[in-house]
Design a protein around this ligand. Structure first.
Ligand code: GLA
Length: 371
């Protein structure tokens, strides 16, 4: 048993899973609790992760299997083997099933944007490809996948539109088209705009303006997805509070869609969860290869407790909190922005045991009144 004392004075005991309250039950009056799940978990080959997913979470997001490169790797060729299993997994376990993601500049194969000679295709051709992809993928799971990340990461840090191949070829209205196609393909599905770093003011205002503009054209945008790849000190609690309040004031439902807390050093203190960002890892960049010291476990627990206190404060307008992974060993942060580090961003450790942060999060639900 691990016992830790938080600065707040809370004394916490970390027991094995058996008998302890689950995340989804602790927050059942507040919001859904989700996890991004990987290929081995979807195929139930991960005997450590799967019981945790079934016990703790009531929503799932596919980490990779519904991204364009996975589901539609070649022109005219779809591979639904993993995606079908993903949806079945969610249905068998009565979970809220999220589709991630339809239109993104990353993990989309180059052929999508090119003709046979490798030259950029026309606006008409790319729109036709986008429509066909969305109709095929969303249409296949119509009525089964309950919400889709329609467009992922279309903004720059200053809130302007990112000059992705989608925008370069189609123009600014590629976002409108994506939402229109998705709604046509499944009129019952919720549709989301998903983004990182929108806790930062300029980008947040860009996201609000974008969603308002889409809605002013009669398009359905059910909620914003705030990815929430955070560190111990970014965003500040004030920034996060303001973010949730600003979307609420704009009449936009919030979702936390990719939560993890990075405790490893980040050179230049660059907080962007920009997937193309890379650094080389020397030993100093991987300080906890042998394990996370108790003092850091406590810091992580305090950070998670503070985050969940804010989520609860905004629970009336917050639909879901989804973690980006199940156990620390699964996390993308072991390989980003540097390969081969040992990261500790989630609530379950590499052996599948709940960490002190798990207990503080569950206990905070019981012991700290809504702010
Ligand atoms: C972004 C994407 C996710 C995932 C993470 C990193 O946040 O939305 O699908 O790729 O990056 O793993």
């Amino acid at each position: 048993m691990i016992v830790s004392v938080l600065a707040s004075g809370l004394v916490l005991a970390s027991n094995a899973l058996a008998g302890s309250e689950t995340l989804k039950d602790a927050f059942k009056k507040d919001f859904l609790i989700g996890a991004a799940i990987n290929h081995d978990q979807i195929f139930e080959e991960d005997s450590r992760g799967v019981p945790i997913i079934k016990a703790q979470f009531n929503s799932i997001t596919p980490e990779n299997v519904l991204k364009w490169e996975s589901v539609h790797p070649l022109s005219g060729q779809y591979d639904f083997a993993a995606a079908d299993r993903y949806v079945q997994f969610g249905e068998s376990n009565h979970m809220f099933i999220v589709g991630h993601t339809l239109v993104w500049h990353s993990q989309t194969p180059p052929w999508v944007f090119q003709d046979d000679q490798g030259r950029p295709v026309s606006r008409e051709v790319l729109l036709a490809r986008m429509r066909e992809h969305i109709f095929t993928v969303v249409g296949r799971y119509r009525g089964r996948v309950q919400g889709w990340d329609v467009v992922n990461e279309a903004l720059n840090e200053d809130g302007t539109l990112r000059d992705s191949p989608w925008r370069k070829i189609i123009g600014d209205d590629f976002i409108e088209k994506a939402f229109a196609f998705a709604h046509e393909a499944d009129p019952q599905a919720e549709l989301y705009y998903n983004e990182y770093s929108i806790e930062n003011g300029a980008k947040r205002q860009g996201a609000i303006a974008l969603i308002k503009k889409l809605r002013s054209k009669g398009l359905l945008v059910s909620a914003v997805g705030i990815q929430e790849h955070v560190s111990l000190d970014w965003p500040t609690e004030q920034q996060l509070n303001e973010t949730l309040a600003d979307f609420e004031k704009a009449g936009i439902k919030n979702q936390i869609t990719e939560l993890d807390v990075d405790v490893l050093p980040s050179p230049g203190r660059d907080h962007r969860a920009e997937v193309s960002r890379r650094m080389t890892a020397g030993a100093e960049a991987n300080p906890y290869a042998q394990g996370l010291p108790a003092s850091m476990q406590t810091k992580l627990a305090e950070r998670y407790t503070a985050l969940f206190a804010i989520y609860r404060k905004h629970a009336a307008n917050l639909k879901r909190v989804t973690f980006w992974g199940v156990t620390d060993g699964d996390s993308w942060l072991n390989d980003w922005p540097a390969h081969g580090r040992t990261s500790y961003p989630l609530l379950f450790d590499r052996t599948g045991q709940p960490k002190p942060a798990f207990d503080t999060v569950v206990q905070s639900q019981r012991s700290i009144p809504n702010l």
